[in-house]
Design a binder for this molecule. Structure first.
Ligand code: C2E
Ligand code: CA
Ligand code: CA
Length: 526
């Protein structure tokens, strides 16, 4: 405490004693004079003049009234001061979690950074609740709010008094550890935070499990300015999420380079879409019963001029996060529908990313492209993954219905890889399920994998759906799947994804049988 503050405090104490004394005098004065007037009207010290007598009565009375007014004013000022203090306090706190908000955290962080040294740095943890949006959409905003309060409480329990936790965004917390002695101290804290989330959270009548992704950066090592340190922690958080969430990552310099690369790739991808520089390969789908080619799946490819071939598994998520999935998806759909005119006997399957599916105007875009290319909508099959259905079921249902109303077929991709809930199959009107290739790889024709594949095929058929198995690589898998009555087969055993010209050639062979497929496979192996 500073000297001026000490002086202020003692002055306040003096005021606290003097004020009631003055009030007492103001009240006692008139009371005494009134009493005297009443007791002995003829006392020698009381003037006989009526004017003086009146003044003697009025003067103390007015002093009394003045004192009352003073007390009232003082009370009002106190009330105003209390409200002001409350407002100032709440301006620095997040109303839901009662933790410091971003504004006050920024101030505290900057103050702590001023004192940090290379030997005793401070650590900034950027903490994000995994899949919070899905939790909010699934369980409702009230449950989401309760979860935030619960998580804040659990984190508070595992940190020390001198650490500072703040809620800096919807599902984001910032934690500052002062005077960090080693990186392992930060790692231990991150483990404690993860452990604190292990038990489920009670939100009314539901139990919710939550996990955290955490990015850690140190100051002054990773940034001497507040904004630089925060960007470093955010980059580390990005890495933690990218590596599968429910984990933590420390910032390192290569992350900046990676971000820079992502940004260059983003520009290049934008250009490639505009300049028609992407290509599509088509992977044959074979009828399980006839062994004939019955459809193809469109799989996009990008040959980067400097970096070579980049997998769709890398650039589709990039396109999703950088707002490019709309143009990319539209480009693929338009090209696939145009190519499909060459193969009137085949169905055309096109993958739709969840972000693209949720874009407003998606249904209309599909309608326009079908009209433009002139293909029969019944030949187009859009493949969705479960992610679409979990995030906003009502919206997904209505979009699926709109697409089906146009005659388009809907397929559920990668079935068996996620939750694979039967509820999805009952609720959403799919025409087809595609058994995930990982499930097929685990199938040893007699083990558990085989039982699951068998059940999925039976379930699909019981619901009147077409069942496709993808990732078919071996002859015994083909025989097993055919025995189970699997409708369509797709995989390297038959063919890798091919350029459109090669599909033309394949169709020019009169029939596509398993024998020439196997022959094809052995030729390409050679
Ligand atoms: P997916 O939809 O599950 O596509 C099947 C993937 O499995 C393809 O990989 C295909 O080349 C590969 N594959 C085919 N047969 C076999 C096999 O026998 N064994 C194995 N191990 N793999 C096989 P690709 O082309 O690299 O595509 C990967 C993923 O990228 C696709 O998975 C799909 O989710 C996404 N993708 C591809 N093209 C597009 C697109 O145009 N739009 C969107 N949104 N996503 C796309
Ligand atoms: Ca697919
Ligand atoms: Ca798939």
């Amino acid at each position: 405490m500073r000297v001026s503050e000490l002086r202020g405090a003692s002055f306040a104490r003096v005021k606290a004693i003097i004020a009631p004394c003055l009030l007492l005098i103001a009240a006692l004065g008139p009371a005494t004079s009134l009493m005297i007037l009443r007791i002995d009207q003829n006392a020698s010290f009381i003037p006989k003049d009526p004017v003086y007598r009146t003044l003697l009565t009025i003067f103390p009375l007015s002093t009394f009234l003045l004192a009352v007014l003073l007390v009232q004013a003082r009370y009002r000022i106190r009330l105003l001061q209390a409200k002001e203090a409350e407002a100032v306090q709440s301006a620095g706190l997040d109303p839901l979690s009662k933790l410091p908000n971003r504004l006050s955290f920024d101030f505290l962080l900057e103050t702590a950074m001023d004192r940090s040294t290379l030997e005793l740095p401070i650590a900034l943890f950027a903490i994000d609740i995994d899949h919070f949006k899905t939790i909010n959409d699934t369980y409702g905003h009230q449950a989401g709010d309760q979860l935030i309060v619960g998580i804040a409480e659990r984190i508070r329990r595992v940190i020390r008094d001198r650490d500072c936790l703040a809620r800096v965004g919807g599902d984001e917390f910032s934690l500052m550890l002062a005077e960090v002695t080693s990186a392992s101290q930060c790692a231990a804290m991150a483990h404690r935070l993860h452990d604190a989330m292990l038990a489920p959270f009670d939100t009314g009548d539901m139990q919710i499990f939550a996990t955290l992704s955490i990015g850690v950066a140190l100051s002054p090592q990773d940034g001497e300015a507040r904004s630089v340190l925060m960007a470093a922690a955010d980059l580390a958080l990005y890495r933690a999420k990218h590596e599968g969430r429910n984990r933590f990552a420390f910032f390192d310099k290569t992350m900046e380079q990676k971000l820079h690369l992502d940004m260059t790739i983003e520009d290049d991808l934008r250009e490639a879409i505009k300049a028609d520089a992407l290509t599509i390969l088509y992977q044959p789908q074979i009828s399980g019963s006839t062994g004939r080619l019955c459809g193809v799946e469109a799989l996009v490819r990008w040959h980067h001029p400097r970096l070579g071939m980049i997998s769709p598994e890398e650039f589709v998520p990039l396109a999703e996060s950088r707002g490019l999935i709309g143009p990319l998806g539209e480009w693929v759909l338009r090209r696939a529908c145009t190519d499909s005119r060459r193969w009137p006997s085949l169905r055309m399957a096109v993958n739709v990313s969840p972000v693209q599916f949720r874009n407003r105007g998606f249904v209309e875009t599909v309608r326009l492209i079908i009209a433009e290319s002139g293909i029969e909508p019944q030949r187009l099959e859009l493949e969705l993954t479960e992610g679409v259905l979990i995030q906003d079921a009502d919206q997904a249902e209505s979009v699926i219905m709109d697409l089906r109303a146009q005659g388009i077929r809907m397929g559920l991709d990668d079935f068996g890889s996620g939750y694979s809930s039967m509820i999805y199959l009952r609720r959403f009107a799919f025409d087809k399920i595609k058994i995930d290739k990982a499930l097929l790889a685990s199938m040893e024709c007699s083990g558990e994998g085989a039982i699951i594949v068998d059940s999925i095929i039976s379930l699909g058929h019981a619901l009147g759906l077409t069942v496709t198995a993808e990732g078919v690589e071996q002859k015994d898998q083909v025989e097993f799947l055919q025995k189970l009555g699997c409708d369509e087969l797709q995989g390297f055993y038959f063919s890798a994804p091919l350029p459109a010209d090669e599909i033309d050639t394949m169709l020019s062979l009169e029939v596509w049988t398993q024998e020439n497929a196997a022959m094809n496979a052995s030729v390409s192996a050679a």
